[in-house]
Write a protein that binds this ligand. Structure first.
Ligand code: KMT
Ligand code: NI
Length: 202
């Protein structure tokens, strides 16, 4: 896992989009935004051959994090043209639309690579997080983010979740800005720019 500021150029989203010079973002900066990451090498616990239909096959280190954080359930997502079939284009487009979820987005990368972009608060800058096999990434509920494959066009990941998965993406909008999970997130990271819910006409 490594992170840096996105260059904001309108070229292929799958390119790295590093600035020149590179502006790295530290794990501490990410942690202040509520973004957590661990590296759990695949080779240490032999999950490299997790079959598509058996997400229960997994390693001890991932299980330890899952247990500690209450992630009881999991499945496997394979983002590639072969893995997704007819819905591939639409999914790829959807993943890259800026959105948030009402629960954490937790991914343990089994193979391949890609980029999660998260919005820094209060700058609103995009931070690009490059992930590859062995990276375990937690995006907090309420953070605005998006995902893209890189030019290798393939990633396979465990999706971990506490109870029922809340995969619904809430696109960024004035309405989503006042979603309780969004407001709760801003309060959590202590930015003091919480929108005034229901203030209109008051
Ligand atoms: C998401 O919700 O954006 C995804 O699941 C992206 C693919 S997981 C590497
Ligand atoms: Ni998401």
């Amino acid at each position: 896992m490594h992170a840096y500021y996105f260059d904001n150029l309108p070229t292929d989203q799958r390119l790295p989009h590093t600035t020149d010079p590179l502006q790295p973002v530290s794990a501490e900066t990410l942690a202040k935004l509520g973004v957590l990451s661990w590296h759990v090498p695949i080779s240490e616990h032999g999950v490299q051959n997790v079959p598509e239909d058996d997400p229960s096959a997994h390693g001890q280190a991932v299980n330890a994090v899952a247990k500690e954080r209450g992630y009881k359930n999991r499945d496997v997502i394979n983002v590639s043209r072969e893995g997704m079939g007819a819905v591939y284009e639409e999914k790829i487009r959807g993943f890259f639309e800026e959105h948030m979820h009402e629960d954490e987005e937790i991914r343990y990368i089994l193979s391949g690579s890609g980029f999660f972009d998260v919005r820094e608060t209060p700058t609103d800058a995009w931070i690009r997080i490059a992930v590859a096999a062995g990276d375990l990434l937690v995006l907090p509920a309420g953070i605005y983010h998006r995902f893209t494959l890189d030019t290798k066009d393939q990633i396979r990941a465990l999706r971990l979740f506490k109870d029922e998965p809340k995969w619904i993406p809430h696109a960024r909008s004035a309405g989503t800005d006042t979603n309780t999970h969004r407001v709760g997130y801003l309060r959590e990271i202590g930015t003091g720019i919480v929108p005034a819910v229901g203030a209109v006409g008051a």
